[in-house]
Ligand binder design. Sequence first.
Ligand code: NAD
Length: 502
Amino acid sequence: MKSVKHWINGALADGDPARTAELFNPATGEVSGHVSLASVADVDAAVAAAVAAFPAWRDASLVKRSQVLFRFRELMYAHRDELAALISAEHGKAHSDALGEVARGLEVVEFACGIPHLLKGGYSEGVSTRVDSYSIRQPLGVVAGITPFNFPAMVPMWMYPIAIACGNTFVLKPSEKDPSASLLMARLWQEAGLPDGVFNVVQGDKVAVDRLLEHPDVRGVSFVGSTPIAKYVYETGTAHGKRVQALGGAKNHMLVLPDADLDLVADSAVSAGFGSAGERCMAISVVLAVDPIGDELVQKIVERVGKLVVGPGDDPKSEMGPLVTAAHRDKVASYLDLGVEEGAKLVVDGRETPVLGGGTAAGTPGFWLGPTVLDHVPAGSRTHTDEIFGPVLSIVRVGSYEEGLEVINGGLYGNGTAIFTNDGGAARRFQNEVEVGMVGINVPIPVPMAFYSFGGWKSSLFGDTHVHGTEGVHFYTRGKVVTSRWLDPSHGGVNLGFPTNG
Ligand code: NAD
């Protein structure tokens, strides 16, 4: 039985013994250990450590900070298998998929290694007679990251490499469902030479989140999670005077025009729909099939779904693992019946899917649900519009490009979307007209590279700054502009007029 604790000021911390939660192995349903849940005092201790570490870290040279990041990158890469195994054991995703999230997170560390370049300001010589102006960006102080269960390594890595590279100190509040990866990352930071107190972890739930949102010494909060909590975090954090970026939920549509290559579309829809059991904010959960290709496309999707191998994440043959908790599996599974009640046709029933080493998904211990396909889902039904966040792919039939676009733009979320077509003009029109933050053209999961920024529109993002890339650098720093004149024999004496340039 493992016991997952906090990491405060460079050491494990037990915290309040009265508050813990169970951890599960989603593949068996068995309890695998416990995680500490921080009290207000535990959060205060982590923030105090981060406050104390800030002045020296802020003053560490850019090159020194960058060198620590380079070493952290090498250590994370060397430990990627161990990290992936921790993720898989608590989240349930296939080992190869967990390795993929570590790799994508590492790209942000690699981006942050270039912090000396990224923090370069501007300099204008002679804005007035013998007067120069220049801009600098400075760290905020203590910043917090609050992250979801579905990417326990990658999502924190969207945040802390850049925050720390910019000279901030950091408190991470990971998901209480799969917290172990956070402690390995903390240990590797220490091994890389990061001073104690610069990176801290508080495990916990709403108590920890609320304290971080209210704590006067926390200057900025990055959040990723579901839309209702993102909205709450944004409103509460900003009401307490903090800078907040809060990324919320998603319901991503793939619009398929009749001229698309349907084999490519079917491969892409199945990969993007069922990878990580659909527990990705960039998963494709709705295929909008423009007439008349619907029947042929559904047939191709069903053929591919029938070949997917579902099994425990640590079995190398598994392509798709279980869902994260029993409650989440039950919620996702409830949409199979709801979909039928709302008029959809259940063409692949994930409850019947065989599980490696077990029976059907419904009959095997653990949090199993196989890939499910619902066809003829009515546009606007709950099955179509709710974020199900599981292996349920809905096919909505539409008559035209315009109708498909209207369905997408009418939705609550605006995280990701994709169009599949061989018509460059249609694709170009789509990228211009669609109200979504991240767009794929014949690419089903258009996750921006680390040097661009990640974020959606509408209810998929509260705040105006996306994560990582240059927007990340912007979020974790404050700008300052200096206007300077060094004494010159010709300075002109007292002048009460407002400074103008001359
Ligand atoms: P969640 O909103 O339940 O939890 C996210 C974080 O908030 C966790 O750390 C959790 O402990 C905390 N939290 C939960 N309830 C809270 C409450 N009442 N008050 C304060 N804090 C609370 O999300 P989840 O289930 O862990 O993750 C899945 C969700 O995250 C999905 O909606 C998914 O779309 C979204 N997500 C979005 C992105 C994105 O980039 N937009 C990326 C990954 C995941």
